[in-house]
Write a protein that binds this ligand. Structure first.
Ligand SMILES: NC(=O)c1ccc[n+]([C@@H]2O[C@H](COP(=O)([O-])OP(=O)(O)OC[C@H]3O[C@@H](n4cnc5c(N)ncnc54)[C@H](OP(=O)(O)O)[C@@H]3O)[C@@H](O)[C@H]2O)c1
Length: 295
């Protein structure tokens, strides 16, 4: 009989891609819909894990909007911290491997430079606070769990990120602007899926940074690379200019964002041998997939 995987959040940007990759890899996939297993109900979450017979559980579910978390911090805490802890504890009982996705936003973003897994955490918004609490509770409940921190998820054409949206806007002839004074590294959902399955199948435990390699880029820089890729791939005659915005000037950002959260993927790629592309390569691949899907 094939291995069974339980994926929470399979309708999300990362979860959709993980579900396809797991099916491709021959897993029997269980993917409960939000309505069938609301994560605010920790007991229901735990019963599902205990009874489903999965050898691997991956949590891609989260309240990932910063403003949504600020609007309801209690719900953010239940979904982003309490539910993952319940998953971890249930996995401890069943013996299933558990991979939980977290975020670069938990890191202290005051200073430039890439951060490894030992870097200091300093959540500065409700989202990051709930995600950091989730990391700690998961590892306390199940020390053999993997907490995979990802950043700027892109590469699912069904759920476009700012990279795909920049190309869409350029193709529609719309004006473009992007934040130039905040940096991180993009992560292709396909690479997260590949890494999550490899980490779930291996024996690594603890926090691991899963993102593209290289120097952190601003949203403006990523959008610039995306338009260059669209030109090289023949979708645009020339790359239009992108206005540079300041983080503090984005009107719909009510919550503070950390400025420097680029992560080092050296442990993933070096110690564990799971290859990741460089940031520019990621952007080009994501643009190619988006253009192919648009037809
Ligand atoms: N997106 C990014 O750029 C980014 C960056 C860094 C880290 N991350 C982390 O990466 C992971 C995946 O992010 P993502 O962007 O793929 O997420 P996403 O697209 O926002 O999807 C979230 C998933 O969680 C489900 N969900 C939300 N609230 C729920 C609830 N109360 N009960 C049950 N299910 C619920 C959603 O279901 P419905 O859609 O049906 O509600 C959806 O399937 C998360 O841990 C996130 O914190 C994301």
């Amino acid at each position: 009989m094939g291995r069974r995987i339980l994926i929470f959040g399979a309708s999300g940007r990362t979860g959709q891609v993980l579900q396809a990759a797991a099916e491709q890899a021959g897993y029997e996939v269980l993917a409960p819909a939000h309505a069938d297993c609301p994560l605010e109900q920790a007991e229901q979450v735990s019963d599902l894990v205990l009874g489903c017979g999965a050898q691997l559980v991956v949590n891609c579910a989260a309240i990932s909007g910063l403003e949504a978390c600020a609007d309801d911090p209690l719900q953010a805490h239940l979904v982003n911290a309490v539910a993952p802890a319940a998953m971890a504890l249930a996995c401890r009982h069943t013996g299933a491997r558990f991979v939980h996705l977290s975020t670069d936003y938990v890191l202290c973003g005051r200073r430039p430079g890439v951060k490894d897994e030992s870097a200091r955490c300093r959540p500065i918004n409700w989202y990051a606070e709930s995600k950091r609490e989730g990391e700690l509770q998961v590892l306390e409940a199940l020390p053999t769990a993997v907490v995979a921190r990802v950043s700027w998820v892109c590469g699912n054409p069904q759920k476009p990120s700012f990279i795909e949206s920049s190309v869409a806007k350029a193709l529609a002839g719309q004006e473009l602007a992007a934040v130039a004074d905040k940096v991180s590294l993009p992560t292709d959902a396909a690479d997260i899926a590949r890494a999550a399955l490899a980490l779930g199948e291996g024996d690594y435990a603890g926090i691991i940074h899963v993102c593209s390699g290289g120097e952190p880029l601003s949203w403006w820089h990523c959008a610039t690379l995306a338009l260059q890729a669209a030109v090289e791939q023949g979708a645009l005659p020339a790359a239009p200019a992108i206005a540079q915005q300041k983080l503090d000037e984005v009107p719909f950002f009510r919550e503070p964002r950390p400025r420097y959260t680029g992560m080092s993927n050296a442990r993933l790629t070096g110690q564990l041998g799971i290859a990741m592309p460089g940031a520019a390569e990621t952007v080009a691949a994501v643009v190619r997939r988006y253009l192919e899907q648009r037809g």
